[in-house]
Design a protein. Structure first.
Length: 427
């Protein structure tokens, strides 16, 4: 697949030469009988640096469809997350099994937790996906939020209105609110989805870090225009106000021959992330690992931060190098893409699994890790074969009934800290 580089750029791309108007967004009659359609991802008057919109030149406009009707939401859930009381206990799950029956990306969405209120564009929902077959004649769009997909296992292909994104484990993909797509897979696949009801994800400010660091804009890849001209009977599933609806189309909605703008899907290979960390002592906060952020109206208080813990050198002197024990205002939903996370070397946190540590719930290294890392020889060491991530949110993540009744919930998670014995000896 072909991609264009940059983050939030004004891209211009056409699958047929001459399809993209030059100089005007809305000519009286676009080339080749195409229809012009603008999709606005932000309010019209959003400040320029956060304003997102794209002009599409398509075979049929989006309005051409039969009326939408309600369908079952299945396990793809939304705010308010009030089905079960939220526990202050630390929670952890084994990976969800990939079904043996045919299951598409959309059918395989399993909502684990969420917060906020999608009707006021605040908060998130956190899902795991498990799938094994392609969405061929079914498409999806999400009016409730943008979707950040974290691939953990298997290959996915996102065929979107703006073009095609191939996604491998270790990469992430963001589908903006409202953009239609379907997902193909050649076999079993699994991963995580952050549904962001808030402000669109953007690169964090770098402050004293300066002009270089963390995720580089040039490493974000947006697909070139691509379209399919298919007629038949297709389902477009819309997620709207927390419910799923289905509209019947007599054509594929992936019929955008050319487009230009800065509102489009993109992907990013997490291996390109440049880590900042101490080269003297102590343990900086995980905000140094922020890949993308969805800011809220309160400065420094993100609706959601996407944070990763990639392979990296650990060099701090006379320092406990994994995260120390901590309790936070922010709420931490973690997943593991591969390897071992350095605070959980005692096992139990495995690729495809997840943990949730909510507001002021104590957590930190398990007893095995504590013992090893308080006695280790502190030479520079490179953490290899590891890639963990965190969806960090400002509101408490409320687990769903599915998550709390799941056979994958580790009901003995609390025991991993019980070996931490008192070691205090008064002088
Ligand atoms: Fe934490």
């Amino acid at each position: 697949m072909s991609y264009m580089t940059g983050f939030g750029n004004e891209f211009a791309t056409e699958a047929v030469a001459g399809a993209l108007p030059q100089g005007r967004n809305s000519p009286q009659k676009p080339a080749f009988g195409l229809y012009a359609e603008q999709v606005s991802g932000t309010p019209f008057t959003a400040p320029r640096h956060v304003n997102r919109r794209t002009w599409m030149y398509r075979i049929r406009p989006s309005v051409v469809h039969e009326p939408y009707v309600r369908i079952d939401n299945g396990l793809f859930l939304s705010t308010p997350f009030t089905a079960v009381e939220t526990t202050p206990n630390q929670l952890r799950w084994d990976p969800l099994p990939i079904p043996e029956t045919p299951t598409t990306f959309l059918q395989g969405m399993r909502t684990m937790a969420g917060n906020g209120d999608l009707t006021v564009h605040s908060g998130v929902a956190i899902h795991h996906y498990v799938c094994n077959v392609s969405m061929d004649d079914t498409f999806f769009y999400n009016a409730d939020g943008e979707m950040l997909i974290v691939a953990e296992h298997g290959q996915l292909r996102f065929l979107t209105e703006c073009g095609i994104i191939d996604l491998s484990p270790g990469e992430i993909c963001v589908i903006p609110r409202g953009i239609k797509f379907r997902v193909e897979t050649s076999g079993p696949a699994r991963g995580y989805v952050l549904e962001n009801y808030g402000a669109p994800l953007r690169l964090p400010d770098l402050g004293p870090i300066g002009a270089n660091g963390l995720a580089y804009p040039r490493d974000f890849l947006t697909p070139v225009a691509w379209y399919e001209e298919r007629t038949g009977r297709f389902s477009v599933v819309a997620k709207f106000q927390g419910n799923l609806w289905r509209g019947i189309y007599d054509h594929s909605p992936l019929n955008v021959v050319a487009w230009h703008g800065n509102y489009a899907p993109y992907k990013y290979d997490l291996a390109n992330f440049q880590c900042i960390n101490t080269v003297t002592f102590d343990h900086p906060d995980p905000s140094i690992y922020t890949v993308l952020t969805s800011p809220s109206e309160i400065p420094g208080t993100a609706n959601m931060d996407f944070v990763i813990f990639p392979p990296r050198w650990m060099v701090a002197e006379n320092t406990f190098r994994p995260p120390w024990f901590h309790r936070n205002f922010m709420n931490e939903y973690m997943g593991l893409i591969k390897g071992v996370y350095d605070a959980k070397e005692g096992g139990g946190f495995v690729p495809g699994g997840a943990s949730l540590h909510n507001c002021m719930s104590g957590h930190g290294p398990d007893a095995d890790t504590y013992t090893r890392m308080t006695t280790a020889e502190l030479s520079p060491v490179k953490l290899e074969n590891t890639l963990a991530f965190m969806f960090e949110t400002r509101f408490v993540c409320k687990p769903t009934a599915f998550a709390m009744s799941s056979g994958e919930l580790q009901r003995d998670y609390w025991e991993c800290w019980q070996g931490l014995q008192p070691e205090f000896r008064a002088p």
